[in-house]
Design a protein around this ligand. Structure first.
Ligand SMILES: [Zn+2]
Length: 220
């Protein structure tokens, strides 16, 4: 594991420090990854890392919960009060800042009630709401049908992905697959162009062929 940086933010509500753990560098090739068909990528680690790279930046959490007061905060809006490089190897001390919490699905969906939300933030919330809903299936290892709220979120998202961008195209195919629209899914991932999303597309294609509509892991 390479050294990582800890950035300490300040909660705008309760002023408690909030810890972000950042790894700089390209992709996740160096790490042991769990990749999921809905695009969620987890590092097998007890620490919640954020990749600081072009590939991963849009899949990092931006709206999170302060662990102290449980308020929702946009990380990028918070003041940085400290940044510690090369944290690796340092033991944890009693007063170290606590990492944030990832909101559960229902909380993400509630964030959408804010009418002032800029489009990029709205899309970020919808993507993470999708993953949050699927976390239930991931953690419990169950194939549970989508609830109405998940379904309406996916119906919205499916129109936002850009077919011309390979990473978007696989997620659009996956959204169709989870909605049970297998023909639309297959049309997007069949004969997929050689790219870094190719294996991801192939996994989605194979599950769509057998009419499986649930989130699955894939091997990068
Ligand atoms: Zn707080």
């Amino acid at each position: 594991m390479q050294p990582y940086t800890v950035r300490v933010r300040e909660c705008e509500y309760c002023k408690a420090p909030i810890k972000q753990t950042l790894i700089y560098g390209d992709d996740g090739n160096l790490y042991n990854l769990n990749c999921w068909t809905d695009g969620k990528t987890e590092i097998r680690s007890t620490i919640m890392f954020e990749f600081q790279s072009e590939t991963f930046s849009k899949y990092q959490p931006r709206i999170v919960l302060c662990r102290t007061c449980e308020s929702a905060v946009w990380l990028e809006d918070l003041k940085t009060i400290d940044e510690i490089e090369d944290w690796h190897g340092r033991s944890i001390r009693p007063n170290d800042p606590l990492p944030y919490l990832i909101p559960p699905f229902e909380r993400y969906m509630a964030f959408l009630n804010n009418a002032q939300l800029p489009e990029d933030r709205m899309l970020h919330i919808r993507l993470f709401a999708w993953w949050g809903g699927n976390d239930y299936r991931r953690i419990r290892k169950v194939d549970a049908p989508l609830c109405d709220l998940e379904r309406s979120n996916l119906n919205f998202l499916v129109n936002e992905f850009d077919d011309a961008v390979v990473e978007d195209r696989v997620l659009k195919a996956e959204a169709y697959r989870e909605l049970g629209q297998f023909d639309k899914c297959i049309a997007l991932v069949k004969d997929f162009p050689a790219s870094r999303a190719m294996h991801h597309a192939k996994t989605i294609y194979e599950h769509a062929l057998v009419k499986c509509a649930y989130v699955r892991q894939w091997n990068p």
